[in-house]
Design a protein. Sequence first.
Length: 141
Amino acid sequence: MVLERRAWTGRLGESLVVAELEQQGHRILQRNWRWRRAEVDVISTDGTALVFHEVKCRSGRDTLTLDPMMWWPHVAQQRRLVQAAHAFVRQHPGTPGRLRFDVWLVESVTTGSASPRTTHFPDAFDPHAIQGASRRRRPYL
């Protein structure tokens, strides 16, 4: 039941983001595109860049007190998104050459609540810095 609610919340948040992107003139290429262990929520183009969107949704009373950085995709997830983006480009030649990674925070996605608030962070992280970041290793026990 909880997993179904989370999936519903995520789909609703992604739909809100897609509607906002279309209003901004983006052309939606894919939703929930999967490559290996990575899933890209929304892939669009704004005419100059190929944009990979990560949508983070939260619902409930405590969303307004959360620090947005607590929602941020961690380094491992960022690395998977970058790898998936490169795979997408290889599979879809002719897409714009510039890649951009945006993060969307969608707050209060519940039925009967006030309209959800979206916060957009364009160019949220640098793919070159992520690829070069070292992985944490567990110390030997």
